[in-house]
Every structure is written in C-alpha cells, then in structure tokens.
Design a protein around this ligand. Sequence first.
Ligand code: ARG
Length: 443
Amino acid sequence: MSGKEKVILAYSGGLDTSVCIKWLQEKYDLDVICVAGDLGQDHDGLEQIKAKALASGAIDCLVVDMREDFANEYLTSAMAANAMYENKYPLVSALSRPLIVKHLVDAAHAYGAKYIAHGCTGKGNDQVRFESSLAMLDPNMEVIAPVRDWDLTCREDEMAWAEEHGIEVPTTKASPYSIDDNLWGRAIECGVLEDPWAEPPADIYTMTVGPEVAPDEPTYVEIGFSSGIPCSLDGKKMPYLDIIYAMNEIAGKNGYGRIDMVENRLVGVKSRECYEVPGALALIQAHKALEDLCLERSVLHFKLGIEQAWAEQVYNGLWFSPLKEALDAFLADTQQCVTGTVRLKFYKGSCTVVGRKSAYSLYDFGLATYDASDEFDHDLANGFIQLHSLPCKVWAKNRQAMGAKMAQFSKVASTADEFTGQGSAVVAEAEDVTQTAANAVLN
Ligand code: ARG
C-alpha cells in the first residue's frame, strides 16, 4: 500500500468510469478501489470488468453479485408500492442506486477510505440518489464527482484524454444513447430521443420485440403471490429473482413493456425517456389485480396516495429516509393477505389480467350477482342514498332558491367594478343576498 488516501469508485466498466480511475489518481493523488455490481444488467462478465478496472489503474476492484438482494430487499418493497413514478415509470435506475451506495459504504469502511466517487453527470437524478443515500448511510463521508466536475466536455476530448493515459477506448462507434439497465428494466435516453416528437427507433430496444412481430397466438401465464411477493409461475414455486427473469422473457417476447414518456427530473428538467420494463409492468399489473380482490376498500384507496409518495421518495433519492421507512411499514401491513393467483394474457404488445383468485378474496358472489341468488338488501340502498347525498342536496336547494338573486348579485358586482365610489351600497346589497340565502336554508 502506498500510504495515499483512498477513494471507493462506483465502477461500471464503461469509458466514463474508467477515465474516472485515472482522473482520481492524477487530480487528487488517491488510490482508487472500484466496486462493480451485478444488478442483472447486460455486461461482458464481472471478471472482465475487474480486469479492466485494474488495467485502468485501480489498486483493487470488488465485484459483487447484488441480484438477490436487489430482488428480495428492493424489488419486494417496489412491488408492495406498485412503484411507478408519475404513474408510468417503475423506477428502474432509482431502485438500484441505494443498493450500490450501500456496497460503496461497506467497501469504504473495510478499506478505510475517506472518499466515495461516482461517474454521474451534473444534470441527472442519479447524482442526487448517490449523494443523498451516502449522506444517510455515512454522513461523514466525502464525495467526489469527477464527471460532474471535469472539463472533458465532449466525448472526443474524453477519448483523447483516455488514449493519452493508456485507457482502452471502445473501437466501435459509441452508442448515441445513454443506457442504464438492470433486472427491473432498461432506461434509454439521449441521441434522437431528445426530440420528443421523434418516434423511438426500433434499435433502442433489446428486451422487447415490436408488437407487430410478436407471436400471433396469445400466451397465458399464472403468477402466484404470497404476502404480496411473486412466488410461483404456472404453479411452479420459484424464487422472485427467477420469476422476474422469466417474466422479462415472456412479456418481452410478446412485445409488451415499452414506455415512451416525458418525465420531470428532480433537478427541474423535463426529459424524454424511453423504457423497457416487460417483467416489472406485468408483475405490477398482476399484483394490483390481486390487491383489488383482497384489500378492503378504504385501505386500497388510501394506499394509492401512499404509493405515489413512496415512488417520489425513491425517485428523489430518499430510499433511506425516515419517511420512506414509515411508508414501508404501512405498505408491509397491507400485504399480509395479498396471497393468491393472477392469470395474465399476453398478446401482440398487450398484457391483460384475465383471472384472479385468493383464499383472502373479499369478492362476495352473493353480494355481487344479479341473478336469483342475490343476497344484497336492495331496501337498504334507498336510505343509504338519501343520507349519502344529503349534504349536496342541501347545497343544491340553496342554489336553486338563490338562482334569481345570484344573477342579480353578479350584476351588482359588475356595477361595483365600474363605480367603486358606490362600494358601500353594493356591500349592503350583497349582505341582503346573504341573508336571503340563509333564510332559504332555514326554510
Ligand atoms: N430517468 C431515469 C431515472 O432518473 C433513468 C436514468 C437512467 N440513467 C441513464 N444514464 N440512462 O431514474
């Protein structure tokens, strides 16, 4: 060991973070230790990533398979929350950041590092997520964000700098897109997608086929849930992680799971984003269908607001916040009886819930049916409706009684605008109108 201070770098194996290694050595005179995580993203192999980190000058590189933890700790909560930012985006990248930071902090403590570094730009949400998570896990740790701070403004500068410093640069033309992917899906931005009017080119997608080339026959799948977590596929017990992989495959093959949206970043920018989230969307849809069956109405309705708050917390990088923890406690409570089976039908880009069943089902055939076995007390409906609508009925009567007077009142008001000098007379008339309204209610 050199006796230099140490920095832990979140390393992906790409050009940016490889340049970061050299940059941290040159500009800050630090020993760099990389952490590379497998979250189910498309990669060339963890050992290859490690070799590249060492070749780029890192003194060590930890490779961690984070997939089980990601599924069992992060995607379980996401499932309970039916997590969708702005009701559309299942939080692919946002969910992965806190887990990565957890490993960075563990590494920093193990190596006695004083700094943590990430390769996020200064314009996105990910920098906020890295640094906010870090602030909550180790408030004393210092952050370095080389990409945000460096003066390598364009890709050409960066490649030239990399070559000068002996870092292997990709020989193939770099993709015009910025991509982040994991088990839960893929996020694609930049390039032609920056024009919100331009249709996404077919080549941005790798997890889903176009609906027009999907099979002409539907595919049916049965997802079993235990306390809100997927636990079986077509009757076969499987770990959640494996179910996610399988659902990505099945849904993707049927052309389901693409999202094209303009989203509001925390840093204030609207950005056009495309996502492929075949498994995530299908599983969330199935989970919601089971909740419809098993959750009592007011719990279900209240939960919708909690879900949105949860998604915002996570999107905004507050995974470890006390509010998010409290929301988790509520959500966990609601999931106890979300056990049962949902049947999905995939067909040419669509995914439809076509069946649901549960031992905890609150669906009561006797109450719901219109046939002869109906048990619903129709007489109760009459009194219920009268009381239910009473406050609004009182309001409507008042408005009816006031109809003529109100028309007159608006004439008075416009007169007041024209002749402000006569204000007091106008106020007197308005009070008269109020009195009439009060009488109408009393009568
Ligand atoms: N907009 C998404 C989010 O903030 C995805 C970001 C993905 N990052 C990327 N480099 N493409 O969660």
